[in-house]
Design a protein around this ligand. Structure first.
Ligand code: NAP
Length: 300
C-alpha cells in the first residue's frame, strides 16, 4: 500500500479562500477589517522570518496588519505597556507576541498580559482553560493543534471512536491536540492516549493507533513497524538535519525532516503528512482563522 499524501499546502489554501469570503463579509456588513499585530523583540533570524510570513499572509487576506518590531533590549515594562495599548485599540483584534522573547523578559508575564479575547495564539491560561472545557467556551484553539484537526477531518478520517495516539505532551502541541480530540464534539470523540519519554513500550501504543500524531522533535523516531496498516499519520516534527542550496533561489536552505521515517512509513500508512508541506502551512492559516474569529466576536 502506498499512503495518500495529506497536503497541508493544499488544505491551507482552501481554508484561506474561505477566510477571504469571511473577511469580505466583515467589511461589507460591519465596515471592519480583521486587525492583527505581531510584536517582535530583537532580530533572531528565525523569528524575523516567522513574523514576516505571518504579516505577508495577513496582507494577502486583506487584514489590517501591523508589524511592531522592538529592539532586543526593550524592557519588560515597556513591552507590557505596548500590549496594554493594543488591548485597548479597537482596530486590533488579534495580538501575537513572537516567541522566544529575550532572556531578561518573563515570557509568561507577557503572554498573560494579552487580553484573552485578543489572544489569537490561544496560549493565555484563560484560553487553555476554555479549550479544556470545550464546546462554546472555546474561542481560540492553539494554531498547530487546530491545523492538525483540520488536516484529519478534511482528509475524510473519522475521529469518532478512533484510537488516537499522540507522541509528545508539550503545552503547544501534544496536550492541546489530545484534549481537542477527546471532546464531545464533531471532529473529535476519539479515544486518546498520550505517550512521552517515560512511557513503557511506546511502539505497542503507537501500533494501536488509527490516527497517530507525532510531535516529539526527534527525526525519524517513528519506524514503519510502529504503524498500524492503513493508519492516518500526522507528522508534526520539524527537524533541521543539514543544509542544501535551493534550486529556486540558489540560496542555502535547511534540510527538514519529520519525526516519522516518511519513505518507509508511506508503504504502511493509509495517509501521511509530508515534512515540509504538512502541518507547517496550517499553523499560520489557523492564526489567520483565529484573528477573523476575534473580529467576528468583536462585531457581535
Ligand atoms: P517539545 O516541547 O520539545 O516536546 C516534545 C515532546 O515529545 C515531549 O513531551 C517529550 O517527552 C516527547 N518526546 C521527545 N522525545 C521522545 C521520545 N524519544 N520518545 C517519546 N517521547 C518523546 O516539542 P514541541 O514544541 O511539542 O514540538 C515537537 C516538534 O514539532 C518539534 O520538531 C517542533 O519543531 C515541531 N513543531 C512544528 C510546528 C509546525 O507548525 N509545523 C509547530 C510546533 C512544533 P517528555 O515530556 O517526557 O520530555
Amino acid at each position: 500500500m502506498t499512503a495518500k499524501i495529506i497536503s497541508g499546502t493544499e488544505i491551507a489554501a482552501q481554508i484561506r479562500e474561505e477566510l477571504k469570503t469571511a473577511v469580505e463579509e466583515l467589511k461589507q456588513r460591519h465596515g471592519v477589517m480583521p486587525g492583527l499585530v505581531t510584536i517582535l523583540a530583537g532580530d533572531n533570524p528565525a523569528s524575523v522570518s516567522y513574523v514576516t510570513a505571518k504579516q505577508k499572509t495577513a496582507h494577502e487576506l486583506g487584514f489590517h496588519s501591523v508589524q511592531d518590531s522592538q529592539p532586543g533590549d526593550i524592557s519588560q515594562e515597556k513591552l507590557l505597556c505596548l500590549i496594554e495599548g493594543y488591548n485597548r485599540d479597537p482596530s486590533i483584534h488579534g495580538i501575537l507576541v513572537q516567541l522566544p522573547l529575550p532572556g531578561h523578559i518573563d515570557e509568561s508575564a507577557v503572554l498573560n498580559a494579552i487580553d484573552p479575547d485578543k489572544d489569537v495564539d490561544g496560549f493565555h491560561p484563560v484560553n487553555v482553560g476554555r479549550l479544556m472545557i470545550g464546546g462554546d467556551q472555546v474561542k481560540f484553539p492553539p494554531c498547530t493543534p487546530a491545523g492538525i484537526q483540520e488536516l484529519i477531518v478534511r482528509s475524510g478520517f473519522e475521529t469518532s471512536g478512533a484510537e488516537v495516539v499522540v507522541v509528545g505532551r508539550s503545552n503547544i502541541v501534544g496536550k492541546p491536540i489530545a484534549n481537542m480530540l477527546l471532546q464531545k464534539a464533531r471532529g473529535a470523540n476519539a479515544t486518546v492516549t498520550v505517550v512521552h519519554t517515560r512511557t513503557k513500550e511506546m511502539e505497542r501504543h503507537c501500533r494501536r493507533a488509527d490516527i497517530l500524531i507525532v510531535a516529539a522533535g526527534v527525526p525519524g523516531l517513528v519506524k514503519p513497524e510502529w504503524i498500524k496498516p492503513g493508519a492516518c499519520v500526522i507528522d508534526v516534527g520539524v527537524n533541521r538535519v543539514g543544509e542544501k542550496i535551493s534550486e529556486k533561489t540558489g540560496k542555502k536552505i535547511a534540510i527538514l525532516k519529520g519525526d516519522v521515517d516518511f519513505e518507509a512509513a508511506r508503504e504502511i500508512a493509509g495517509a501521511i503528512t509530508p515534512v515540509p508541506g504538512g502541518v507547517g502551512p496550517m499553523t499560520i492559516t489557523m492564526l489567520m482563522k483565529n484573528t477573523v474569529r476575534a473580529a467576528q466576536i468583536a462585531c457581535g
